[in-house]
Design a protein around this ligand. Structure first.
Ligand SMILES: *Cc1c(COP(=O)(O)O)cnc(C)c1O
Length: 410
């Protein structure tokens, strides 16, 4: 009989969202008239920008004509027109010099953050924050870079860096040596952002320890504070030690369209066992082009439209709408006596559960008393216990109604 890859058997059940769904259905069944509002979704609700829709329509027309039809995107790394727009708008405009050869277009930051570990050896020590976006952890478990379950949803062999009120939800570099460090700012689930000084500490750590930072900037477009870096490459020396992930999913409502990109700078190197330094970018390119055949032309044409003047203005308006929700959630909860974090440079509000009750206990309370579904912090890691995530992606009328119910509850 064929042998299974036993690393997959180490994975603990995808527990969080199925359990939320189970409790929600049970409540709805017992209370068929209750109008449940979801503030737990990590998905956008607003439609694509008109500039994107027009560009995609035009691209479909082109695909239907002999003269303009396109087959495979040569090499699968993304059309030059899109990579140039990314280089100019996401990097050059912020004083960061990135070459289009360092940009790899893909169908999602989930895949990219999950796949990138493949080019690194299995003996690397992985460090993640706690709470964490589960993809970073699970893909390293699948690869065999960890031991078995270590309790509280953790795995042996991974360095967990607690993100708490004490460190403003931004971890310090660990005392132990880590080789592959996943950082996500603005953060999902805590909504925390890292300052340039905080990121600089990480870049220093990586340079001293010859480590690589895998920087997930999927929520970069939600940053409003002028002092907060949008890219880790705004920190001096980061190009030697960091890979950056970006996505159009939350930036431009592409969760159902699928387009993202990863930057692997030419300066970034890793070592062979015998101490020879090798460039990571050509190896990632080899991996990317072997296992992936590119994002559709129609999607890339739509993606490029977010970098036009009209597109920029339209996506900014949508994000401002989500952030108006975030502000309202934050301020209303604060007035109602809750301790709240996040929601300023990120679409996530991380609230402390009242009276020190457990995350799941608060979930049940909110569901039963206010008919609102959120996400228990403990589901993102043990340091998330005692916290609760609300998202700002809802429709404004639902957010207002939900907040009214929470006010009446307290
Ligand atoms: C939503 C999200 C992404 C984006 O994933 P896509 O595959 O591009 O849709 C990446 N990282 C984090 C932390 C996210 O929450």
């Amino acid at each position: 009989m064929a042998l299974i890859n036993e690393n997959f058997l180490k994975l603990q059940a995808g527990y969080l969202f199925p359990e939320i769904g189970r409790r929600r259905r049970a409540f709805q069944k017992a209370n068929p008239d209750a109008q449940i509002i979801s503030m737990g979704i990590g998905d956008v609700t607003q439609p694509l920008a008109p500039a994107v829709v027009e560009a995609m329509k035009k691209a479909v027309e082109q695909m239907g004509l002999n003269e303009t039809f396109k087959g495979y995107d040569d090499g699968g790394v993304g059309y030059e027109f899109l990579r140039e727009a990314i280089r100019d708008n996401d990097y050059k405009a912020r004083g960061v010099d990135i070459d289009i050869d360092e940009i790899f277009v893909s169908d999602g930051a989930k895949c990219d953050t999950g796949n990138l570990q493949e080019v690194f050896g299995l003996d690397n020590v992985v460090a993640v924050s706690d709470p964490v976006y589960p993809v970073y952890v699970d893909t390293n478990v699948m690869a065999g870079r960890t031991g078995g379950a270590a309790g509280q949803g953790r795995y042996e062999g991974i360095v967990y860096m607690p993100c708490t009120e004490d460190n403003d939800f931004v971890p310090e570099p660990p005392a132990e040596k880590a080789d592959l460090i996943y950082l996500c700012f603005p953060n999902n689930p805590t909504g925390a952002v890292a300052t340039k000084d905080q990121l600089a500490k990480w870049v220093d750590y990586a340079r001293q320890n010859k480590a690589v930072i895998l920087f997930d900037a999927a929520y970069e477009a939600f940053i409003s504070g002028p002092e907060i870096p949008h890219s880790i490459y705004e920190v001096e020396g980061a190009k030697e030690v960091a890979i950056e992930f970006r996505s159009l999913s939350k930036t431009a409502g592409f969760t159902g369209v699928r387009c993202a990109f990863t930057v692997v700078p030419k300066q970034l190197k890793a070592e062979t066992k015998d101490g020879r330094a090798v460039e990571v970018a050509p190896i990632w390119k080899r991996r990317h082009c072997t296992k992936f055949n590119g994002v559709s032309y129609i999607t890339q044409a739509g993606a490029a439209a977010i970098y036009t003047d009209r597109g920029k203005k339209q996506i900014k308006e949508t994000i401002a709408g989500y952030m108006a929700n975030a502000t309202l959630i934050r301020e209303t909860l604060d007035k109602a006596g809750y301790t709240v974090y996040g929601g300023v440079n990120a679409p996530y509000i991380w609230l402390k559960t009242p009276d020190g009750i457990g995350s799941w206990e608060f979930f049940d309370l909110l569901l039963n008393k206010a008919h609102i579904v959120g996400t228990p912090g403990a589901g993102f890691g043990s340091a998330g216990e005692g916290y609760f995530r609300l998202t700002a992606f809802g429709r404004p009328e639902n957010v207002r109604e939900a907040l009214q119910r929470i006010k009446e509850m307290s």
